[in-house]
Ligand binder design. Structure first.
Ligand SMILES: [Mg+2]
Length: 111
């Protein structure tokens, strides 16, 4: 039984999915196609929220996108874990401000 808590196990599971269907040689790792797939899943997340679907449905759609994100890292050959932590370090340094009644964390260029 694999340790399902680890990033490496998740990445390996997605790699196994890609290998099972030979995504590398069948267009499944073309980045423009992956953008379409990720957009589709984001649309399904939006639908789950705006149509008031259950938390289970929302979780499944978010998982679909999460799997695609791992797969995009595989397809584009970058280290998603490293990119994640580098980005987290950056955004933890950023300022926040209220914009139209909601908090926004960004590199505000006017400050
Ligand atoms: Mg879906």
């Amino acid at each position: 039984m694999v340790n399902r808590d680890s990033y490496d196990a998740m990445l390996a599971a997605v790699q196994a999915f890609h290998d099972k269907h030979d995504f590398k040689n069948t267009g499944g790792e073309e980045l423009t196609y992956r953008i379409a797939l990720m957009t589709e899943e984001l649309g399904e997340i939006a639908e789950a929220v705006t149509k008031g679907k259950s938390r289970e449905v929302l979780a499944e759609e978010v998982a679909d996108l999460f799997i695609l994100l791992f797969g995009t890292a595989i397809a584009a050959d970058f280290d998603l874990k490293q990119a994640f932590w580098e980005k987290m370090e950056k955004i933890m340094q950023r300022e926040s401000r209220m914009v139209n009644g909601r908090i926004r964390v960004s590199e505000f260029r006017d400050s």
